[in-house]
Write a protein that binds this ligand. Structure first.
Ligand code: HEM
Length: 469
């Protein structure tokens, strides 16, 4: 029976009674999960999705992770899905991710509890906080990382990017300082935790998934100790503490439980660290192969630094950041072609009709958000890295629906501005100090989490400003 029901419905046009999008359900239980998850260049949709689009069109059905699923590579439908969050569709995190990130993680929540947790995240990264607290720290961390790079040395840019983003997040989430033993222990556990996130969810002795669950317990223990310290300080009424870090501000709230706080912090560490470090690596990768873009970017930053020096200013300001026009083009193009997040998980919470198709209530829905970025009808020559295209495209999300890197609708990434600012500040110092080349061939791969198979090895050359003056 399982085989019969799994293979039935391989018709091209979808079911007759209901017009469910066409497609095949594949093997019993696992369906097409393995080919769907097959690693591929993040600047592509992958062979499986391309083949299905060619056969069935941009909206098709399949069995993913044991569930009937509608996959959409249709930019309009994706926008519709994201904007109908809570009304027709809602977040639907795979069980294995919810288990590892925690049931209170923002990635796993939907509805009112999600809204409550989200407002904490939005407030944590408000514009005022970005200007006041984050910007100086981002700059300090960037300078610190880059000052350890030696002329002529070769190392993994991916590791450096992760160190930068990790240090920044743990400082702002829990006031943990880089290099301290407990920060290093947390980082070590976090690496094991991440390996499990990207593994097959088999909770058996020795598997990456089992190890990740064990690391999760250790990470929560460390975070729990930090939380206890904060609660104690809040009780003693230490002034200004709420501004210190996220732990302090949530510790002062009585409406969320300890488990909720810990899962929130862990999901923020994940969401704010993996993505922005990937973004920095992508910029390093794309700029290396685009000397003209690198040159223009460098000129922009040398000019900003020169003007600041003339005015006797040190440290970047929000106005400096906003003035980095070409840098914003580089960032937009890097995110478009790099596709840090390829797809999202949603499910239909009622029967939905769209473009003549029926999406049955309860079915999983996977919008492939990278599809808009790679669509030649939206972006000319989408495979080429061309930051200049953004000089004529409006980047306001309200005006441009085809920028999907940060998702859209009510779950739009609350860390978008922080991530862009991290990229801009890191690039400001990087391009003034170094030239670089890939030490080995590497490229960004969607696992589905974005990574570089060889960890992006680069060789750096310090720029001799006296010689170039
Ligand atoms: C270039 C870097 C980044 C990219 C591409 C990115 C992308 C995304 C995407 C696609 C989502 C999914 C939204 C959905 O389910 O519809 C998301 C959610 C989220 N991101 Fe980011 N993100 C980035 C950086 C950050 C940073 C620096 C933070 C800071 C902590 C952050 C925090 C979050 C949070 C808390 C969520 C959950 C939002 C919710 O469920 O309402 N992100 N991000």
């Amino acid at each position: 029976l399982i085989i019969f029901f799994s293979f039935r419905g391989t018709s091209k046009g979808g079911d007759k009674a209901e017009k469910i999008p066409p497609g095949t359900m594949g093997w019993p239980l696992i369906g097409h999960t393995i080919p769907f998850m097959q690693p591929h260049s993040s600047a592509s949709l992958g062979l499986f999705v391309d083949q299905n689009i060619a056969k069935h069109g941009r909206i098709f059905r399949m069995n993913l992770l044991g569930k009937p699923t509608i996959v959409s590579a249709d930019a309009d439908f994706n926008r519709f899905i994201l904007q109908s969050e809570g009304r027709m569709f809602e977040n639907s995190c795979p069980t294995s991710i919810a288990e590892i990130m925690g049931r209170w993680s923002m990635l796993a929540l939907a509805g009112d509890v999600h809204r409550e947790m989200r407002s904490i995240a939005v407030n944590f990264m408000s514009n005022v906080k970005l200007r006041t607290y984050f910007l100086p720290d981002v700059e300090q961390q960037a300078i610190k990382i880059l000052s350890a790079w030696r002329h002529g040395s070769t190392f993994s840019a991916q590791e450096e990017g992760k160190k930068f983003a990790f240090n920044l997040m743990v400082k702002h989430l829990m006031s943990m300082d880089p290099g301290m033993p407990e920060t290093e222990q947390l980082r070590k556990e976090y690496i094991t935790f991440m390996k499990g996130m990207a593994s097959i969810p088999l909770n058996l002795p020795g598997t990456a998934y089992r190890k990740a669950l064990q690391s999760r317990s250790i990470i929560l223990k460390i975070m729990g100790q930090k939380l206890d310290e904060r609660v104690e300080k809040v009780k003693r009424g230490c002034e200004g503490l709420e501004e210190d870090d996220l732990l302090a501000s949530v510790a002062a709230q009585s409406n969320i439980t300890r488990d909720q706080i810990l899962d929130l912090i862990l999901s923020m560490l994940f969401a704010g660290h993996e993505t922005s470090s990937a973004a920095i690596c992508l910029a390093i990768y794309f700029l290396e192969s685009s000397p003209k873009a690198l040159q223009q970017l460098r000129e922009e930053h040398i000019n900003i630094a020169k003007m600041k020096k003339e005015k006797g200013e040190t440290g970047l300001t929000w106005d400096d950041y906003k003035q980095m026009e070409f840098t914003h083009c580089v960032i937009n193009e890097t995110l478009r072609l790099g596709n840090i997040v390829k797809f999202l998980h949603r499910k239909a919470i009622k029967d939905v009709q769209y473009k003549g198709y029926d999406i049955p209530c309860g079915w999983e829905v996977v919008p492939i958000i990278s599809s808009a970025h790679l669509d030649p009808s939206i972006y000319d020559d989408p495979q080429s890295y061309n930051p200049w295209r953004w000089q004529t495209i409006s980047t306001a999300t309200s005006k441009n629906n085809n920028i999907m890197s940060f998702s859209g609708g009510p779950r739009l990434c609350p860390g978008a501005e922080l991530a862009k600012m991290e990229m801009a500040v890191f690039l400001h110092h990087l391009v003034q100090k170094f030239n670089w080349e890939l030490a080995e061939h590497d490229y960004p791969v969607s696992f589905p989490f974005l990574g570089f198979p060889k960890h992006l090895p680069i060789k750096v050359h310090a720029i001799d400003h006296k010689a170039s003056a």
